[in-house]
Design a protein around this ligand. Structure first.
Ligand code: UDX
Length: 461
């Protein structure tokens, strides 16, 4: 008899394994919280390095299990190349995940289902080797997943020609520069390109495929992908207190790779007028060039509006000399913040973003108009949707030298914050409401999560 039930717990046990970077841990952790709220027993498997770096999770009903990617002291940064990281993660990860699954079974709490990030597809093979159910959790948009799938299947063949119009079923026609950078800039980051393609190598073995999106947001492409697989949208994976408010204690992500400043931002924002502040962040990975950082800094000086800018410590030296001091009346620069607290604050009127998928979903779900400045990976495709499909922002375009100039940045920010951007601001409010509906009781994502939980419970009886 399954000991999760023998102990009187009457539930199924899911082991959840994220790809260990901030932008992938956050959304799967939120999904885990929703599953736990619906009474599943959850073990979140983190690499030893991530446990050390984030100090694990505090409180809550989710347990932490430890595995290793082979780089316990330094994580990804310790590997010389991405290839080396992925190969070692697979080798050491397989062994330590096997040990963890065995230890959980021995302790009377065997795992019924493994939810994994398809950036590490070997987890699916391992789960199946143990005879377990398995679910893939795609962190990025369904549109981007579909593009990568078409590359994997050979229906989309990079390199793309300049001026070509790319047609992928369920998506608007895309120009090459609106495709993920691994495809558009053919040959860039070959190992990362292989990783996004390999997500599909064994996907037909997965019992469920979850995507961090919601049905109304990507209806056409979700419907298209559902013809081949059981794709289920379960997002947006944003803490409940910002959306449906059904999970009372669910306000923070719970795991932060960087140290957020506490209260500094909200205290500062609280002294500002409604919708008067520009919030700028480029997520956890993107590195702007010195020239681009300085164009942005000049734009903020020229605009003379209040701004809150996240500049990670490693990027600080790129700011113009004395910029922080000279703009201290208008601006606050922090190395990391509680982004959701900031976006939810009534003083914020515009989000200048790299359009990482989490930031895009967060801006959209909190109703903040966006200025898109995509840098690489999936961000250009996300920007295309922000601007042309959901119409909640504008794209600050680079000139022929590849830089987004001061004048363009000023024009875009003014557009979304002032008179002209009325339609954008109206749409932002509509999407905020639709995001909430999706995760609220009986909403499309809530139903998909509920069905998964009931099926799992009945399978594990
Ligand atoms: C990466 C990729 O770059 C992105 O394109 C992909 O879709 C997911 O993985 P990242 O670049 O970090 O992620 O961007 P994003 O997806 O936006 O995730 C950043 C996360 O960090 C967001 O959840 C955001 O709320 C959080 N954040 C960011 C903070 O909590 N504080 C900050 O100061 C900045």
């Amino acid at each position: 008899m399954d000991s999760n039930k023998a102990n009187g717990e009457e539930t199924a046990h899911c082991l959840i394994l994220p790809y260990p970077i901030q932008g992938h841990i956050n959304p799967i952790l939120q999904f885990a919280k929703r599953l736990s709220h619906k009474s599943l027993k959850i073990t979140l498997a983190l690499t030893r390095f991530m446990i050390l770096k984030t100090k694990g999770l505090s409180g809550g009903s989710i347990s932490i299990g430890s595995i290793s990617d082979g780089f316990d002291e330094g994580g990804r940064a310790q590997a010389k190349t991405h290839e080396e990281y992925m190969a070692r993660f697979q080798q050491v990860g397989q062994q330590t995940l096997t040990e963890l699954l065995q230890a959980l079974a021995d302790s009377g709490s065997p795992v019924d289902c493994v939810v994994y990030d398809p950036f590490i597809p070997w987890v699916l093979d391992l789960a199946k080797g143990f005879g377990l159910l398995a679910a893939a959790f795609f962190t990025q948009s369904c549109a981007v997943d579909s593009i990568y799938y078409h590359v994997y299947s050979g229906e989309l063949k990079p390199p793309l020609q300049r001026g070509e119009v790319v047609v992928v079923p369920g998506l608007p026609p895309l120009r090459p520069e609106e495709m993920p950078s691994f495809i558009y800039v053919h040959g860039s980051y070959p190992s990362a390109f292989e990783m996004v393609r390999n997500q599909f190598q064994n996907i037909d073995k997965a019992d469920w495929i979850f995507v961090n999106t919601f049905h109304k947001l990507e209806e056409e492409v979700i419907n298209y992908m559902s013809r081949t697989w059981r794709v289920k949208a379960i997002g947006p994976t944003i803490p409940s207190m910002y959306l449906d408010k059904r999970l009372q204690d669910d306000k923070e992500y719970g795991l932060n790779v960087f140290n957020p400043t506490t209260n500094v931002c909200t205290n500062w924002l609280s002294q500002k007028q409604p919708k008067s502040v520009i919030y700028i962040s480029f997520g956890s990975l993107a590195q702007l060039s010195i020239e681009q950082t300085q164009e942005l800094a000049r734009a903020l000086t020229t605009l003379n509006k209040h701004f809150l800018w996240v500049v990670r410590s490693s990027e600080l030296a790129k700011l113009p000399k004395n910029f922080s001091e000279e703009t201290s009346e208008k601006g606050l620069i922090v190395s990391w913040c509680q982004q959701l607290e900031v976006l939810a604050h009534h003083a914020v009127g515009c989000f200048v973003t790299h359009c990482g998928w989490n930031s895009t979903l967060e801006g959209l779900s909190l109703g903040v108009p966006m200025v898109a400045m995509p840098q690489w990976t999936d961000q250009s495709t996300n920007a295309k949707f922000v601007v042309d499909v959901w119409r909640v922002g504008v794209w600050a375009r680079a000139d022929e030298t590849g830089l987004v100039r001061e004048g363009e940045i000023c024009r875009c920010i003014e557009h979304v914050m002032e008179g002209d951007g009325e339609e954008i601001r109206g749409n932002a409010n509509k999407w905020k409401e639709m995001a909430r509906e999706a995760v609220d009781e009986g909403g499309s994502s809530d139903r998909n999560i509920g069905e998964f939980v009931s099926t799992l419970m009945s399978c594990s009886k």
